[in-house]
Design a protein around this ligand. Structure first.
Ligand code: KIV
Ligand code: NA
Length: 259
């Protein structure tokens, strides 16, 4: 059962790669679970992927709760990770606990929060109060205003050293996983070697313990919006559009329904 975090820790020790994909609703959660993916992430990327927003900042805790519930209904085996959305956890450990508890009650097995050193105290607080936490570092999309865009991180020696320190401190504070987005492959590999907990990468090369991608990028559903590091495994937009235009044509031509 990939729901058991000990399975992830064992996989890291044994050098087996773990797999994660985002899911935002029941049908795709069922498909990911049946495909044998180890974890689904109810990412706040849903703001961009399913709500048409330009970034993840408008996503609310209520929306995360709703999507976590409908994803969890489709899962029997995979780990369910849910994002703490912007504004729901940064103020204080107590605020983060209240938000995390709502996501766990909605069906999450673990919550993910963005941030390095400033989140160490919160990670410790949550970890001591029944909330498993994944720390998300590197490119943290909730910080897009401050970062000035969705830019790769950890490119200078100083920035790389800070990310290593942050990862170690977060794991020390009790984070059960560290997710690294859009950082150099060598840096992600080094962090993976140094932290005792499983790492998950996205746009961070091949040296992490696991990989995650956004579902809509993998399925080619928003092909104009996929980042360069994503890989498309299906021309989803083409397939769906072809099916829908065929349906519309058949109705217009009185081919469907028959009789
Ligand atoms: O929200 C999301 O999909 C994420 C992944 C990009 C890691 O946080
Ligand atoms: Na996210």
């Amino acid at each position: 059962m990939s729901k058991n975090l000990a399975v992830w820790e064992k996989a890291k020790r044994e050098g087996r790669k773990m797999t994660m994909i985002t899911a935002y609703d029941y049908p795709f959660a069922r498909l990911a679970d049946a495909a044998g993916v180890d974890a689904v992430l109810v990412g706040d990327s849903l703001g961009m992927m399913v709500a048409g927003e330009a970034d993840t900042l408008p996503v609310s805790l209520e929306q995360m709760e709703y999507h976590t519930r409908i994803v969890a209904k489709g899962i029997t085996r995979a780990l369910v990770m849910a994002d703490l959305p912007f504004g729901s956890f940064e103020e204080s450990p107590a605020q983060a606990f209240r938000a995390s508890a709502r996501l766990l009650k909605a069906g999450a097995d673990i919550v993910k929060l963005e941030g390095g050193a400033p989140m160490v105290e919160t990670v410790s607080f949550l970890s001591q109060r029944a909330i498993p936490v994944c720390a998300h570092i590197g490119l943290t999309p909730q910080h897009v205003r401050q970062l000035g865009g969705f830019k790769r991180q950890g490119k200078t020696a100083d920035a790389a050293a800070r990310l290593i320190e942050d990862a170690l401190a977060l794991a020390e504070a009790g984070a059960r996983m560290v997710l690294m987005e859009a950082i150099p492959s060598e840096l992600a590999t080094e962090i993976t070697k140094r932290v005792p907990v499983p790492t998950i990468g996205i746009g961070a090369g091949n040296g992490t313990d696991g990989q995650v991608l956004v579902l809509h990028d993998v399925l080619g559903l928003n092909p104009d919006k996929a980042p360069g590091f994503a890989k498309r495994y299906l021309d989803g937009a083409d397939l769906v559009q072809t099916a829908l235009s065929q349906y519309a044509e058949e109705v217009r031509g009185s081919i469907f329904p028959q009789g």
